[in-house]
Design a protein around this ligand. Sequence first.
Ligand code: GDP
Ligand code: MN
Length: 381
Amino acid sequence: MDLLEYQGKQFFSRYALPVSQGFVAHGVPEAREIADRLGYPVVVKAQVHIGGRGKAGGIRLAGDAGEVETAADSILGMDIGGHTVGCVLVEEAARIAAEYYASFTLDRSAGRYLGMLSARGGVDIEAVAESDPGSIARIWVDPVESLGDAAARTWVRAARLDETAADELVEVLLQLYEAFVDGDADLVEINPLILTTEGRVRVLDAKVTLDDNSVFRHPEYRAYDATQPRDEREASAHALGLQYVGLDGTVGVIANGAGLAMSTVDVVAQAGGAAANFLDIGGGADVETMAAALRVINNDPAVKAIFINIFGGIVQGEVVAQGILDALDRVELRAPIVLRLDGTNADQGRAMVAPRLSEMLMMAGSMSGGAARAVEIAGSA
Ligand code: GDP
Ligand code: MN
């Protein structure tokens, strides 16, 4: 899951990283109250799950109460790359002498953590990587050995950051590493990490992606769930406990298992169509889940055909068939279903569905055949 900047900074501050004092406001008066409390100047920052807020006018410095009100008023409700600004972070403004870039991610092919550090921060790092690759100093850290003081110091030197701030920079990088590892993050990125005019190091922006699978170790991460960006379909699917991702096509897809669901999206594309979604109902495929899945897909106005692709492994064909039949009694379908049922006890399952076959429920003999049929129906609808 992706954190908003203010959440990322809260996360960082648990690891003692130097973030500026600040609070979140959902309205103009609240923004002003916070600024009055912090003292001026402050910076008012749009909180959305997308970068480039500065360029879009979503970051504004304010020297007095009037400027805070004007800034908050213009930023709240603003659209930044399709994301509507619902709240702003109001924080003490820092005076910037230099802007750096620092991040840690996982380098899967190397089997190590990858740290990136650059004296060219505050701008789009992808653009820097293109135009001036030599300005990014990379370090690969063995998870077992961890990042040491000496290695961090060499890294700071390689990135040609200000030598007089080296001690503080090393400390911040070690804290960032600790946050990345101990916090089970997939990405921690500070852009910009700044040197203030007083020669101090500060975290001015925070981009953090946490590993969803680590929530059992960090129950407090559940609180971030409420602010995840989701479209309406994804939000309702999520509320029903389904693994759903909205896509742009017209064939609604239901499959059991993430791998099969992904292949199903692929075979729909190979058949010349496009999936309306990815939906994995998991191993169980019970009545409740199937009904919930059908309801979510049925609510999507773009869906013209539904392809249910089930391969019974642990789950048996009869259970799946019963789930679909019961779900059909509960959900009034707008689009026809093409069902492919294979695997354990598939014959028994298909026999149960046979009497109910109609224009609205068709059986396919294979995965590719089912995809082709669903794409054809969607195309002629
Ligand atoms: P982004 O554009 O979404 O990456 O948002 P950032 O948080 O990185 O802010 C963009 C830019 O705004 C930074 O690179 C800074 O130049 C500027 N900025 C942000 N916070 C402050 C601040 O406290 N003081 C000053 N002077 N500039 C700031
Ligand atoms: Mn930034």
